[in-house]
Design a protein around this ligand. Structure first.
Ligand SMILES: C[S@@+](CC[C@H](N)C(=O)[O-])C[C@H]1O[C@@H](n2cnc3c(N)ncnc32)[C@H](O)[C@@H]1O
Length: 362
């Protein structure tokens, strides 16, 4: 059952004291990031004034990529299960003569797979201009520049008839994080199917299902919240905590699953609204303990019988699981059923007790 979202307010930072809505905080946060950009600009200007050397350019580009390109691109590209699944799905779904749109080039991997699977033309778009340039060069090296067009734009800015010659027969994308929604999959799919996909066109993936269970793990919870350190209250630091779900390789941390696995949400990318939403779920409790979070993972249907999942037992996947903290840890008893509201809002997942537990004075 999907339910209405009751509040537009983003959830509070996980636990601890709430972040103070203070202009000084904001100014300091902006200063931290602009300082880095200013340093890079200064280094770039210096390079242009002095005789350029390949080593100096590489060093500067490396500084930029460290800031702008997430490190997980490497583990993602080396995740053979993921790559094989997309390659197989494209082989099963691409028909000769098709025009394929790949959203989120990265290195152009899925675009090149689509050509190998028989696509006549592929358009691949990438929001990050540096990654788009890397893709353009990799595609050229593979001798595929005639077939693959690289567009350095987010998919939302693609104009049919301009950026892609005609609507795509198939849209493929892998903008998927540990909690499914964290890279903007839902709005990108919603936009693509309305504006960029031909009637009767296919989406890969076609659907996905979020699963989850209650988890007890103070060590994992402590990765993203703090109270006292060496006797001092440093909880104000929670202003820097990740809001919403965050990735965790569950198997590497002490933890206890407190109950059975439930389906939290299901998305049919061709038909569902793919808007922000929420669902009330009943989570069975099998053991006494303290529920810190709902641990989430997904199953993604790529079509043709190909399914990918980042469940906790899939320890070889580069995708971790999503840890969706409760605002406050919650004592639970074996045999009860906990009613929890899971919300997906923008690129975040939130979990709330339903009804909320009584306020505890701190
Ligand atoms: C998870 S990576 C996947 C890269 C590549 N498709 C692959 O499978 O190896 C997602 C990439 O999509 C880009 N991206 C995310 N959302 C996008 C959007 N709406 N339009 C274009 N690029 C997007 C990101 O910058 C990132 O490079």
């Amino acid at each position: 059952m999907n339910i209405a979202i009751e509040s537009d307010e983003p959830s509070d930072v996980n636990g601890g004291r709430a972040a103070l809505p203070d202009a000084k905080f904001l100014t300091a946060a902006v200063q931290s990031s602009t300082k880095r950009v200013e340093e890079l600009l200064a280094a770039g200007a210096e390079l242009q004034d002095t005789p350029s050397s390949a080593t100096a350019f590489s060093a500067l580009i490396n500084k930029v990529t460290a800031l702008t390109i997430p490190r997980w691109h490497f583990s993602m590209l080396n995740d053979a299960e993921r790559c094989d699944a997309f390659a197989l799905a494209l082989e099963k779904n691409v028909r000769p003569g098709m025009h394929v749109l790949d959203i989120g080039s990265g290195t152009g991997l899925l675009a090149m797979m689509a050509v190998r699977a028989g696509a006549a033309a592929v358009t691949t778009c990438e929001a990050d201009p540096l990654l788009a340039e890397i893709t353009r060069r990799i595609v050229a090296e593979q001798g595929m520049s005639e077939t693959i067009t690289v567009v350095p734009k987010p998919s939302f800015l693609l104009r049919p008839g301009v950026d892609l010659a005609r609507p795509a027969d198939l849209v493929v994308t892998e903008i998927v994080d540990c909690g499914l929604v964290g890279e903007g999959l839902l709005p990108a799919m919603r936009h693509a199917r309305a504006e960029l996909l031909a009637p009767e066109g296919r989406l890969v993936p076609g659907s996905a299902r979020l699963r989850g269970a209650l988890i007890e793990s103070k060590p994992i919870s402590d990765l993203n919240r703090v109270g006292r350190a060496s006797g001092f209250d440093v909880s104000l630091f929670n202003v820097a905590a990740t809001v919403g779900h965050f990735p965790v390789r569950t198997a590497t941390w002490p933890h206890r699953m407190l109950g059975g696995v439930a389906v939290l949400a299901e998305f049919d990318f061709a038909r569902d609204p793919l808007e922000d939403g929420a669902r009330r779920v009943l989570l069975p409790v099998a053991a006494d303990g303290t529920a810190h979070a709902v641990l989430v993972w997904w199953e993604m249907d790529l079509g043709g019988g190909v399914v990918l999942r980042n469940s906790p037992d899939n320890t070889g996947s580069h995708w971790m699981q999503g840890f969706v903290s409760f605002r406050d840890p919650m004592p639970v008893r074996a045999g009860e059923t906990l009613s929890v509201v899971l919300r997906w809002e923008g690129t975040k997942l939130y979990a709330e007790h339903d009804p909320p537990p009584p306020e505890v004075s701190k």
